[in-house]
Design a protein around this ligand. Structure first.
Ligand code: HXC
Length: 260
């Protein structure tokens, strides 16, 4: 457990912050003192999500943003700084995905996912990093990835290649930006119990059982577990950690490698 005031005085932008794991990370950062900016494509998600945090006493705003649009991303970072007076933390949680055989994946489908996951992460990381450098106080960045970034992802070609790019971006910027005081890390959740995962990944008991059988720990992860891992990497307690990908999957990906 991080001390309550871990992020006091810090401003965090969380893309994909209106729902699921992104919201969970925003809530955790807010409960530990950060002022949070929830960015997401859908105003019907980010505004009510910000109100939920405000009701908890957290300073929060929602900023509708399509991370595929670099102009909107630049405006997001400017708005965060104008509203809260700085920008210290970035969480890249925005993503888009669907399951499809590669031979049925259209050019538009590939582009839509790569634009959200890889290009969006680059636009946000670039804009936030430049703001942190200009302010001279450094910062900390965490992106969400998935183990198919290095395992390969049948029926997820588009997302797998995009997440692989995010891993490489993480490791590259970790080195380039270390001397500027900016740490760049990633968290890699396995199947995590969110509303989106329940409806998309295990809509019925049979599909849940099939998935659970592949997780050595025998259960799904929780949003809180992923949020705590992200919080640790973002915090000063991880000051000597950069370029790391922290896997929170109950042993799932190692289990795949060892199964026949
Ligand atoms: C095949 C599909 C499709 C599907 C969309 N497309 N859904 N093809 N099967 N289920 C194709 C469309 O046909 C179209 O190509 C192209 O993708 C763009 O679709 P649009 O709907 O026009 O675009 P857009 O509104 O931008 O949609 C983007 C999206 C969408 C990524 C496709 O699903 C989205 O925004 N999702 C956000 C929510 C989400 O997916 N969250 C999950 C993130 S989890 P054509 O050729 O027809 O024009 C995650 C990690 C998972 O990413 C990790 C699991 C372990």
């Amino acid at each position: 457990m991080l001390p309550e005031e871990t992020f006091a005085g810090q401003v965090a932008v969380i893309t994909g912050g209106g729902t699921g794991i992104g919201f969970g990370i925003a809530e955790m950062l807010g409960r530990h003192g950060a002022r949070v900016v929830l960015a997401g494509r859908n105003p019907e998600h980010v505004h009510p999500a910000a109100e939920r945090l405000q009701a908890e006493g957290i300073s929060a705003i929602g900023v509708p943003t399509d991370v595929r649009q670099p102009d909107q991303v630049d405006q997001l970072m400017q708005q965060a700084q104008a509203q809260f007076g700085g920008l210290h933390l970035l969480v890249n949680a925005a993503a888009g995905n669907f399951t499809v055989d590669a031979d049925r994946l259209s050019v538009n489908g590939f582009n839509a996912v790569v634009a959200s996951v890889l290009h969006g992460t680059f636009y946000c990381t670039r804009a936030a990093g430049l703001a942190m450098m200009a302010a001279g106080h450094g910062g900390s960045i965490v992106s969400l990835v998935a183990s198919y970034a290095w395992m390969g992802g049948p029926k997820n070609l588009h997302s797998a290649v995009a997440k692989a790019g995010v891993v490489t971006l993480t490791r590259t910027l970790a080195v380039e930006w270390a001397a500027k005081g900016i740490r760049v890390n990633a968290v890699c959740p396995g199947p995590t119990d969110t509303e989106g995962a329940r409806s998309g990944l295990w809509p019925d008991d049979a599909s849940a059982a099939r998935l659970l059988a592949k997780i050595p720990r025998g259960r799904f992860g929780t949003v809180e577990e992923v949020a705590n891992a992200a919080g640790y990497l973002l915090s000063p307690y991880a000051d000597f950690i950069t370029g790391e990908v922290l896997v929170i999957d109950g042993g799932e990906w190692l289990g795949k490698g060892l199964s026949s």
